[in-house]
Ligand binder design. Structure first.
Ligand code: DGJ
Length: 741
């Protein structure tokens, strides 16, 4: 640890951005975050460290971590931070104010490419401590910030508000626009954008306790001055790495200042922190781009693959999941047939979804029974799991298995033996979710975690070689008591539950380091960086209709990379929307993420099987490396046109793949205008080839561009663009671009 010289301004720099902090009396304040500039000292001068200070900082000077009651200098305005703050701490003696004074700022050692600073604060009157971290990833312009809270007061301290950050930016503009992702079951990650009213705020939140990236995603892009586009405009973006309930509050105050708060939401009372304990709050991730929203996404994607998502640089297997093809009707025969099917198509893994477990009256044949009883059902699948692992191996496939570790049904052995392990209110009627029997296990209780760990461990031990776990979670907190936490400490559940879940998955990962985890939660409710630091991928949505997926994937890729986004080709009519789309369209959409299938191959026609086999081979050889490891450029938004287009470019710009999707049939005249490509080397020449085409009746490829086979300059492709000769809805094209010498 290196202590920084006291009393000096200091900066945190990344490749293209910087943060500038200045000392003020016994605390520090953040005065600049944005584009990296050459002359930081001049910024400090502009803000002034004289009597002008009070005015230039807009009425109050805020600590880097503002606490209720704690501003240094303030005037009585409604936005004044001494009435808000990221933290509200009710001290042991009942005092609700906190005044943080700096003790030190230290640089701590971190991995190469990172700068990591810790501001250590102590309350001026109480032994109450806050350590605030700023950790900057140089190449990707991502800055993580979070705090650790601890104290040595005589009794516990109550924390009704405990945000990970409270940032204030002085007068960046008089207009701020917030883009957020909202949704619900089977319609995740829709994109909305609204202006923050002057003097008002936009608060995003989720209150499930479990499925907390479903309704709203814990992320935002905030455009400064006017709505940014994919390629232009000034954007501050943030995401909270948290899988439980949360809030993000974005304020535009009367002085045109911008405030950003974000953190865990304790919805039933204050968090109670005992003396000597340290509470480490989730990371709030920040980035800044002066080149629009596309750059924000690329910053997050590269950072996630490099540093957050486990094994972010490995290519993910093409898999077949049993859910939409078989639902609960599992038998050895069904599973073997599915394995044969995925082998024939060229897939690499087979995943057995819900329906394989629990015994006797609790056997899992529908959503009403069995959760929490993680033993192989001997009647449905008499030969056992290891037999299936071996059968998969025989076919050259890896095997995966579904669990829902956080849940139980009231009709299960675990609920029968341990009703006290269920989250429930002592004097209240138990509310249940799916199947009118689903309840949430109390993951704050170490005994519950141990039991579930041991059960899963036994399954994995009995079937060595299992390669993949789909971790599902299909209920919310519906009851608000914990036999373990008890009394007013039950409010700690909002935090301790999620920490318990992280501990459980981390323990499993440690023991089984080769297993790939999928974060699923009724579809996309775990598409967030809390879970994604423990899981390689997420299930994007239970809506697998290809047309709807174009929107959902457009939304999810705002923050999350393609190699983590599981996208499956399913049967038609779509089980969710009834829409019928061609097999090519379904593949073209799923290929733009981590490709998989979720249908029974037995129900496919010979023609579909043949097409799928070629498509999977093409994906594995040509498309997967570019999509899963390249840079994403969103070219035409499905929200704006009757078609959509995206492309991925390999990091060295030698290869690219473009996807073009028809959405609605409205073109009766001309074809859609050319789509300008992005991210290529303007000086290079690229060979353009259409791939994944179908054949017409005469056996000729049905192509959608007249430039197939042409060699064109990167500059022209980006300035003029490629036209697609396509009218019908649900038609699509995939182009491969290869740099030629
Ligand atoms: C919800 C998931 O999102 C689905 O993919 C599937 O696994 C079901 N649960 C199984 O119950």
């Amino acid at each position: 640890m290196k202590e920084l010289a006291k009393g000096k301004n200091f900066q945190i720099k990344t490749k293209n951005t910087m943060m500038l902090f200045v000392p003020r009396k016994d605390t520090w304040t953040l005065i600049y975050y944005g584009k990296r500039l050459g002359n930081a000292a001049d910024i400090a001068k502009l803000w002034g460290q004289t009597e002008r200070w009070f005015y230039t900082l807009g009425g109050n000077v805020q600590e880097t971590y503002p606490a209720f009651g704690g501003d240094l200098e303030t005037q009585p305005q409604q936005q004044s931070m001494n009435k808000h703050g990221a933290l509200l701490a009710i001290h042991a003696n009942g005092d609700p104010t906190t005044e943080l004074a700096i003790e030190s700022i230290e640089e701590v050692k971190d991995r190469p490419g990172f700068k990591h600073y810790v501001f250590s604060y102590k309350d001026r009157a109480y032994p109450f401590f806050v350590k605030q971290h700023y950790r900057a990833a140089f190449e990707t312009d991502i800055i993580e910030t979070w705090v650790e809270i601890s104290h040595k007061e005589k009794a516990s301290v109550k924390l009704p508000r405990m945000d990970s950050c409270g940032l204030k930016f002085r007068g960046l503009s008089n207009r701020y626009f917030v883009q957020n992702l909202y949704g619900t079951w089977a319609s995740e990650a829709f994109v909305a954008e609204s202006e923050i009213p002057r003097g008002g705020h936009i608060e995003l939140d989720a209150r499930s306790g479990v499925r907390d990236a479903w309704g709203n995603n814990p992320s935002f892009m905030l455009s400064i001055g006017g709505k940014a586009t994919e390629t232009e405009g000034s954007v501050i973006a943030g995401a909270l790495a948290w899988s439980g309930s949360w809030h993000i509050d974005l304020l535009h105050d009367a002085n045109d200042d911008l405030h950003i708060y974000g953190g865990v939401a304790n919805l039933s009372g204050p968090y109670i922190l005992d003396p000597g304990k340290t509470l480490t709050l989730p990371k709030f991730l920040l980035t800044y781009s002066d080149k629009g929203k596309g750059q924000v996404s690329r910053n997050f994607h590269t950072w996630a693959r490099d540093f957050t998502i486990p094994r972010g640089h490995e290519l993910r297997s093409v898999l077949l999941n049993s859910w939409e093809g078989a639902y609960f009707s599992l038998s050895d025969q069904v599973l073997l047939d599915m394995m044969d099917g995925v082998k024939r198509i060229g897939g690499e893994m087979f995943v057995i979804d819900d329906g394989w477990f629990a015994q006797g009256e609790f056997v899992r044949n529908n959503g009403c029974t069995g959760l929490g009883d993680w033993t192989w059902n001997r009647d449905k699948l008499p030969k056992g799991l290891n037999y299936l692992v071996k059968q998969a191996k025989k076919r050259g496939l890896k095997l995966g298995l579904w669990f829902e570790p956080e849940m139980a049904n009231t009709r299960s052995q675990i609920a029968h033996d341990h009703p006290e392990w269920i989250i429930r209110g002592e004097n209240r009627t138990l509310r249940c979710g799916r199947g009118a029997t689903q309840v949430v296990l109390d993951m704050s209780n170490p005994k519950v975690r141990e039991n579930i760990f041991n059960q899963i461990d036994a399954v994995l031990k009995a079937a060595p070689g299992l390669s993949y776990i789909k971790w599902d979670a299909n209920a919310d907190f519906m009851n608000y008591g914990s036999d373990f936490l008890k009394g007013e400490r039950c409010a700690n559940l909002w935090f301790d539950y999620t920490m318990g879940v992280y501990e459980l998955i981390a323990k499993l990962r440690k023991k089984y380091p080769k297993i790939i985890f999928q974060a699923c939660s009724s579809g996309g409710a775990h598409a967030e960086y809390g879970f994604l630091s423990h899981a390689e991928e997420f299930w994007g949505s239970d809506d697998t209709d290809a047309r709807q997926r174009i929107f959902i994937q457009w939304g999810e890729t705002q923050f999350y990379p393609a190699n983590a986004m599981a996208c499956h080709v399913t049967a038609v009519p779509s089980h969710q929307t009834g829409r019928v789309t061609p097999i090519k369209y379904r593949f073209d959409v799923a290929m733009s993420g981590r490709l998989g299938l979720e249908l029974h191959p037995k129900n496919m026609t010979e023609e579909e099987l043949e097409f799928s086999t070629k498509a999977v081979a093409l994906y594995k050889k040509e498309i997967r490396p570019i999509v899963q490891q390249g840079d994403l450029y969103r070219l035409v938004s499905p929200y704006k046109e009757n078609y959509a287009s995206i492309m991925y470019v390999s990091k060295d710009k030698s290869k690219a793949v473009q996807f073009f999707y028809g959405l609605n049939m409205v073109y009766c005249g001309d074809y859609p205008p050319p789509v300008k490509l992005q991210g290529l080397d303007p000086k290079a020449k690229y060979k353009v080839e259409e791939v994944n085409y179908v054949l017409d009746k005469k056996g000729n490829p049905k192509l959608h561009t007249v430039v197939n086979g042409e060699i064109l300059s990167g500059e022209v492709l980006m300035e003029v663009g490629i036209g697609f000769t396509m009218r019908p809805e649900y038609d699509s094209a995939v182009l491969k671009l290869t740099k030629v010498k």
